[in-house]
Design a protein around this ligand. Sequence first.
Ligand SMILES: [Zn+2]
Ligand SMILES: [Zn+2]
Length: 114
Amino acid sequence: MNTCTAVALLPPPRHVIALSVPGHRPEAGHVLCELGENHDADHAAMLWDEGGRPGSAVWARWSEERAELASLPWCPARDAREEACGLFAGHPPGHSWEITDPIDEAITRGLGLV
Ligand SMILES: [Zn+2]
Ligand SMILES: [Zn+2]
């Protein structure tokens, strides 16, 4: 399945604003949903990971009405090569290895890596 194409605009975190030069507010950044297309529930994108421990990754989750940040444990599933799923526990169907980003694919093919 392909990736969901939802995009969210998030305001910069407060600590980034605190570090920025006065008068130059950082602009909102956009994040892309990492789930498989046509998923149910909220869109989700990982913002940062503080070392691979359970609950160390911070995710943005959003829907039409709201957005929230949450620390979520990793999905415990592994593929046939023992690669860990790159999504959070309890994500909608489609582990990370079942989801292909058509843009990534096109770039990889264009570079002759496949
Ligand atoms: Zn989505
Ligand atoms: Zn998974």
